[in-house]
Design a binder for this molecule. Structure first.
Ligand code: NAP
Length: 291
């Protein structure tokens, strides 16, 4: 039995689909408010709970052999990115788990002081690696599925908002490829107790993205390039009324102000270990946007 947290998220629901296609039994950890109909329809066992509650985590972990931690947090890095994962690892240890797959983030090991999600991910990586449990840690760059809404907006308006340096490099990964890597991690020998940077096959500049949209929709892009000080201004104002949101914006600012790309040798190692060619961003978008 696989336990998948974040089962209704962009990665999680693709992971559940793949596992069910391969006839594995899956327990999907969802909230009562989550949109989990599709997972149920595919034959996943639905576990309703909240990852902020240790009791729910303990109950969800009973009888599972594999855990895939794929949940995210909007602004509660301490409880969701950190504590919930520590509790999942403790339960995994207590239950003699066979393999734990943790979705971290590219750059988790760079010591970004102002980004609570990155700090939480790094602390969890360390805790998992020292736990004695079989593990695979995946550090994805940005997900291609994040761009689908922006692409739809571009289709209608031709507009693209680019905050920060247009020359920053990125290795956006096909969310479907990432899900496949997640699922294969528990059985590919080269993935045992390893940490992988996960990106797409090409290093893009952020300014390449509106050009890709432009090719797909055959429309000239209108790029609005806003400087990072816009985010800083917003953070300053938010900090006065909502400190949690200010912290979340710290992670957002870190994402916008740094480069998140995988080296060629990292991509080659990934393709070799998991034995399939990674998909480009343009190919992913064309499949989903049917163009
Ligand atoms: N998106 C990216 O570009 C990116 C890049 C690198 C790494 N990652 C990492 O990849 C992982 C998955 O990202 P994603 O973009 O697929 O996530 P996502 O689409 O934002 O989904 C988040 C998931 O977490 C669940 N969740 C949130 N709070 C919860 C709670 N209190 N109890 C139970 N479930 C809860 C959500 O459930 P609901 O459906 O109920 O909201 C949802 O299923 C995250 O760990 C993220 O840090 C993402």
């Amino acid at each position: 039995m696989f336990l998948v947290t974040g089962a209704t998220g962009d990665i999680g629901r693709r992971v559940v689909r793949l596992l069910r296609e391969q006839q594995h039994s899956v327990r999907a950890f969802v909230r009562l408010t989550s949109r989990y109909g599709e997972l149920e329809h595919r034959g996943a066992e639905i576990f309703i709970g909240d990852l902020r509650r240790e009791k729910d985590i303990a109950k969800a972990c009973r009888g599972v052999q594999y855990i895939i931690s794929a949940h995210g947090s909007d602004s509660d890095a301490l409880n969701l990115d950190y504590r919930a994962n520590i509790e999942l690892i403790d339960q995994a240890k207590a239950n003699g788990l066979q393999h734990f797959v943790f979705i971290s983030v590219l750059g988790a090991n760079r010591g970004y002081e102002d980004a609570p999600v990155f700090k939480a991910k790094r602390a969890v990586e360390n805790y998992l690696a020292a736990s004695g449990i079989n593990y695979t840690i995946l550090r994805p760059a940005g997900l291609a599925s994040n761009l689908l809404t922006l692409a739809e907006r571009f289709r209608e308006t031709g507009l693209y908002l680019l905050i920060g340096d247009p020359k920053n490099r990125t290795s956006i990964v096909s969310t479907d490829d990432l899900a496949r890597i997640v699922v294969d991690s528990v059985k590919v020998p080269g993935a045992l107790n390893q940490i992988f940077s996960v990106g797409g096959p090409e290093i893009l500049l952020r300014e390449d993205i509106p050009q890709i949209f432009s090719r797909i929709f055959n429309r000239q892009p209108i790029v609005i390039n806003s400087p990072l000080v816009t985010v800083d201004g917003l953070r300053g104002i938010l900090g006065l009324i909502n400190p949690e949101a200010k912290q979340a914006l710290g992670t957002f600012r870190t994402l916008l102000s740094n480069e998140f790309f995988c080296r060629k040798d990292e991509i080659a190692q990934l393709e070799q270990t998991f034995n399939f060619p990674l998909e480009t961003l343009e190919s992913f978008l064309r499949r989903y946007l049917a163009v």
